[in-house]
Write a protein that binds this ligand. Structure first.
Ligand code: BYC
Length: 480
C-alpha cells in the first residue's frame, strides 16, 4: 500500500501526489472546508491549543499521535485501511466476485447517495455541538468534545475524497453541497432527521455520542462490508476513531449517573436537584429522546432501498462474514415488529426488505449492554431505580410506527393520552432549563462541575489535572 504522506498539505495514504487532478480538486475544496469550520465549527477556542490525537498512519498498533494543536491547524487527512489482497464481495448478487476498485456504472447513483448521506452527518454533528465549549464541565471534557469534532471533520474528508476521486463532476457538486446544508436550517437542512435536532446541553451531548454515534458505528460497519473497496477501506479506518466517540458518550452518562447517585446517598434524598445534580428521571427522559431519534436513523422496517443496496453488494449486514447463511437472502425471513390494528405484532418478513430492522436489532442489543452498565452503577449505590430503553415504537417519525402514539412500554394509545403524558417521557422545557442552569463552565485543570463525577483516568496516560486545553485568558471561566 501507499505510505502515509504526512508532509503534503493534505496528509494521505492514497497517493494523492501521483494524481495531480484529484489533488488540485481537493486542494480547492480545502479552503472552503476551513471556512465552514470557522463559521460552523466550535464557537470560540479556535486559537486555544488543544491536546488532540491526530491520525498519522493506519497501523493498528499505533495510528495516532497526541500533541497540542490549534483546531484550525489540525491535519485533516485521508486515510484508508490497508487493502486486503484478493478481497471478494461477500454478499448479494455479486457474491464471490472480486471487490470493485472503481464504481460500477449501473450502481453509481445508489452508491453516491449512500456516501452523501453518510458524509452529511459528519459536519451536521459538529454544527449541533458548536456552542457546547462555552459550558464545558471540565478541560478534560472540553478536549474530548473537540477531539470528536475534529474527527467528524476528518470523516467528512473521508467521504469527500470518495466523491472527488470516483464520481467526477457530480461528486464535486455533492462535496460542495455538504458544506452548504446546515443542521436545523428549515431551508437547507441536513439529510437525516436526528442531525437537525438540537444538542442543547452536555447531558444531551453525552446521550448523542452514546446513541447517535452508535448508529454511526453500525452504519459504518455495514458500509465496511461494501463491494466497493475504497468505501469499505475508508469506513474500516473511520471505525477506529469512532470507538472514542462512543466512549465519550458511555462514560459521560456513567459519570452523570455516578454523581447523581453520590448526591442521593450523601444527601439522603431523591431530590438531587436541590443539591445541583441531575435526577435519574430526567436522565431517563433524555435517554428516551436520543434513543428514539437514533432508532429513526436506521430507516423503515420494510425497505426496498435496503434490499437493493444489499443485492447490489453496496451495503452489507453487521458482521456479514460471521453470518452462517447464503449471504443472498433470497428465501430467508426475519421477524419484524409492526402495528396491526391497535396491537403490535411480530411477523416474519422477507429478510431482504427487513435489513434495516435487522441492523436496528443489532444496535438495540448494543445499546442495552451500555444501559446495563449504567444500571450496575445505580445498583452499587443500592438505589431502587433502573434506566430502560423505551419500546422501539416510542416517539418514532420514520417507518411503520410513524404517526402512531406509542408509550415507552409499547402500548398504542390515543394521541390525547400520549400528549397528556408526554412530559413524563420526554424532557420538558423546565427539565431543559434546569439542566441548562447547571451548565456553568469549569476550566481550572483537574476541576469538574458538580453534576458530573470525574473520569477514572485521563487521556493518553495524562493525569486528570493535565491542561488538556490551554485557554486564552478571555476564554477562561471566572473562578469562584
Ligand atoms: N431521516 O427505505 P427507507 C453517523 C428517508 S450516523 C430522514 O426508510 P433507507 C454519525 C430515506 O432517505 C450514520 N429521512 O430508508 C453519527 C428515503 O428517502 P427517499 C449515517 C430518512 O434508504 C454521529 C426514505 O426516507 N450513515 O455516521 O433504507 C455523529 C425511505 O427510505 C430517514 C448512514 O445513514 C431519517 N432518519 O435507509 C457523526 C449510512 N430514514 O429515497 C456521524 C448511509 C430514512 O424517499 N445511509 N429516510 O428520498 C443509509 O444507509 C440509508 O440512507 C438510511 C435510510 C439507513 C439512512
Amino acid at each position: 500500500m501507499a505510505d502515509v504522506d504526512y508532509l503534503e498539505r493534505i496528509p494521505n495514504n492514497v497517493n494523492l501526489r501521483e494524481n495531480r487532478r484529484l489533488l488540485r480538486a481537493l486542494e480547492a475544496w480545502q479552503p472552503r472546508f476551513l471556512q465552514w469550520w470557522r463559521e460552523m465549527g466550535p464557537e470560540g477556542f479556535q486559537a486555544s491549543e488543544v491536546y488532540l490525537r491526530t491520525a498519522v498512519s493506519v497501523d493498528p498498533r499505533g495510528w495516532a499521535q497526541f500533541g497540542y494543536v490549534r483546531m484550525p491547524e489540525y491535519r485533516w487527512g485521508i486515510f484508508l485501511a490497508e487493502p486486503e489482497p484478493g478481497r471478494v464481495i461477500g454478499f448479494g448478487q455479486h457474491r464471490g466476485e472480486p471487490a470493485w476498485q472503481e464504481v460500477p456504472g449501473e450502481y453509481r447513483g445508489a452508491l453516491r447517495r449512500l456516501i452523501v448521506t453518510q458524509g452529511d452527518t459528519e459536519p451536521a454533528s459538529v454544527e449541533q455541538q458548536r456552542h457546547l465549549g462555552r459550558t464545558c464541565p471540565s478541560l478534560y471534557d472540553l478536549r474530548n468534545l473537540f477531539q470528536v469534532n475534529v474527527e467528524e471533520g476528518r470523516h467528512l474528508w473521508a467521504m469527500v475524497y470518495l466523491l472527488h476521486a470516483y464520481f467526477g463532476r457530480d461528486g464535486r457538486e455533492e462535496a460542495e453541497a455538504l458544506l452548504e446544508r446546515r443542521s436545523g436550517d428549515p431551508d437547507r437542512p441536513r439529510i437525516l432527521s436526528a442531525f437537525n435536532e438540537r444538542t442543547p446541553d452536555w447531558l444531551a451531548y453525552f446521550m448523542f455520542t452514546f446513541f447517535t454515534d452508535r448508529d454511526g458505528k453500525y452504519q459504518l460497519c455495514s458500509l465496511a462490508e461494501s463491494g466497493f473497496d475504497p468505501l469499505s477501506r475508508t469506513c474500516r479506518f473511520m471505525l477506529t476513531e469512532e470507538a472514542h466517540h462512543m466512549f465519550v458518550g458511555e462514560t459521560g452518562v456513567a459519570r452523570v449517573v455516578e454523581r447523581t447517585c453520590q448526591l442521593m446517598r450523601e444527601g439522603r434524598t431523591d431530590d438531587v436537584r436541590k443539591l445541583g445534580g441531575i435526577d435519574l428521571p430526567t436522565i431517563q427522559k433524555y435517554l428516551n429522546f436520543h434513543y428514539s431519534v437514533s432508532l429513526d436513523l436506521f430507516g423503515s422496517e420494510i425497505s426496498t432501498n435496503a434490499a437493493t443496496f444489499y443485492t447490489m453488494g453496496l451495503k452489507g449486514r453487521f458482521e456479514e462474514a460471521k453470518q452462517a447463511d447464503d449471504h443472498r437472502l433470497l428465501d430467508a425471513t426475519y421477524p419484524v415488529t409492526r402495528p396491526e390494528g391497535d396491537r403490535l405484532v411480530v411477523r416474519e418478513e422477507p429478510a431482504l426488505v427487513a435489513l434495516n430492522e435487522r441492523l436496528r436489532d443489532d444496535y438495540i442489543a448494543d445499546c442495552q449492554r451500555g444501559v446495563d452498565r449504567w444500571n450496575a452503577i445505580i445498583r452499587r449505590y443500592g438505589i431502587p431505580f433502573e434506566l430502560r430503553l423505551p419500546h422501539r415504537g416510542f416517539h418514532r417519525k420514520i417507518g411503520v410506527f410513524a404517526g402512531l402514539w406509542i408509550t415507552p412500554e409499547g402500548r398504542i394509545v390515543s394521541r390525547e393520552e400520549w400528549e397528556r403524558r408526554r412530559d413524563e417521557w420526554l424532557p420538558t422545557p423546565a427539565d431543559e432549563a434546569y439542566v441548562a442552569s447547571l451548565m456553568v463552565p469549569v476550566t481550572e485543570p483537574g476541576k469538574f462541575a458538580g453534576w458530573i463525577a470525574p473520569p477514572s483516568r485521563g487521556i493518553d496516560g495524562r493525569p486528570l489535572d493535565f491542561e488538556y486545553v490551554k485557554l486564552r485568558p478571555e476564554e477562561e471561566a471566572p473562578r469562584a
